[in-house]
Design a binder for this molecule. Structure first.
Ligand code: PEP
Ligand code: MN
Length: 366
């Protein structure tokens, strides 16, 4: 059975025969047998197709909770026995794959920190040779589409089992609204490059906080992505990893029920490409506006500095320099001189406006 989506790929239903959206939920980490079983039981009637829990946790800093390891695989299979829902966990090396195969884990995923390393991905692919366990490949931490494609290809070369992708956003320096920038255009470009690939969105790791999950999940559905992976925990605030982004099983269910899932649609002769290109453009515009906002926030800080140091807002020498350097960058990028001049004039105007606002706010003690 296949269903179309706006980006163009049919849904490969070979795993469970379900229709879009394919739903995955469960805790970030398996913490105890009780926690795994309680969460699985609470999710049993929410309509999920796959239960997830991380057993080996790749953590940024040492001394963080690094997962229970192999013994927790038995908790996953116990949860499957009780609920009938297939189970998935993350693997990062041969030993993980072998332990999962031995325990009979249904689906494996490769995490974002592993996808960045072709050596690690190849090691996993080699360990999977000749098996029939489906594998989901998360995007690499950074925005590198060929690296993501390469990882999928490595696994596909090793096994005939379904290989899907998971879009979990891309790491960026500095504090941003999202924990990981969605950069939807990369997921769309992946779909265009591999039209038969199923792509699941992971709003939890994109959003990083519960309040943003719904917005990200709806966007993923509007883009026609094939499913959602969302972390859930019976007591999210007590979770040993990723506590800010986990929801309760009931919260997960409510969120899913609140989504609008639009039907498949077909368009003119070459709809997928035109639509996919426009969707990428939308995502780029969103990021341009976010960058402009970051730029104006810096202008505010500069406004404060100038105020504190008795400087004037307009520093002609600085702006001459800005026009000169940006003009040269734009020319090298093939942008028209008139366009960049108008753009810079407008940016300058807005920058002066926000600096002015900053100074007058201070002046009147607001
Ligand atoms: C996870 O799914 O819990 C995880 C560690 O994800 P990512 O690899 O996307 O950071
Ligand atoms: Mn997590």
């Amino acid at each position: 059975m296949v269903t179309n989506n706006p980006i163009g790929a049919p849904l490969d239903t070979s795993i469970t025969g379900v229709k879009r959206p394919f739903l995955i939920s469960g805790p970030c980490s398996a913490e105890s047998e009780q926690q795994v079983l309680d969460t699985a039981r609470a999710l049993q009637h929410t309509g999920i197709h796959l239960f997830r829990a991380g057993v080996w946790k790749p953590r940024t800093r040492p001394n963080a909770f690094e997962g229970i390891g192999e013994p927790a695989l038995q908790w996953l299979t116990a949860a499957r026995r009780e609920t009938g829902i297939p189970v998935a966990t993350e693997v990062a090396n041969t030993q993980h794959v072998e332990a999962c195969l031995k325990a009979g884990i249904d689906v494996l995923w490769i995490g974002a920190r592993t996808t960045v390393s072709p050596f690690a991905v190849q090691e996993i692919a080699t360990a999977l040779q000749g098996t029939n366990v489906p594998v989901f490949v998360k995007n690499p931490m950074h925005a590198d589409l060929p690296l993501w494609i390469g990882a999928i290809e490595r696994v596909r070369k090793a096994t005939d089992a379904p290989v899907w992708a998971i879009h979990r956003g891309f790491s960026r320096y500095g504090q941003q609204e999202y924990r990981n920038a969605p950069m939807w255009e990369i997921a769309i470009a992946l779909q265009m490059a591999m039209p038969d690939l199923n792509i699941i969105c992971d709003p939890s790791h994109i959003a990083g906080k519960r309040e943003l999950l719904e917005r990200v999940a709806q966007k993923a559905m509007d883009l026609g992505m094939h499913g959602l992976m969302m972390e859930s925990h019976c007591q999210p605030e007590a979770a040993m990893s990723d506590s800010d982004q986990q929801v309760t099983p009931a919260g997960f269910e409510a969120l899913i029920q609140g989504l609008t899932i639009r039907d498949a649609h077909t368009g003119p002769s070459d709809p997928a490409n035109l639509e996919a290109l426009r969707l990428q453009m939308d995502s780029i515009d969103e990021q341009v506006i976010e960058l402009l906002q970051t730029r104006m926030n810096l202008a505010r800080e500069i406004g404060q500095y100038k105020k504190n140091h008795g400087m004037t807002i307009l520093q002609m020498q600085r702006w001459k320099e800005v026009f000169k350097t940006r003009g040269a960058w734009a020319q090298a990028a093939g942008l028209g001189p008139e366009f960049i001049e108008t753009y810079l004039e407008q940016v300058h105007k807005e920058s002066i406006r926000v600096q002015n606002e900053e100074m007058s706010q201070k002046k009147y003690g607001k």
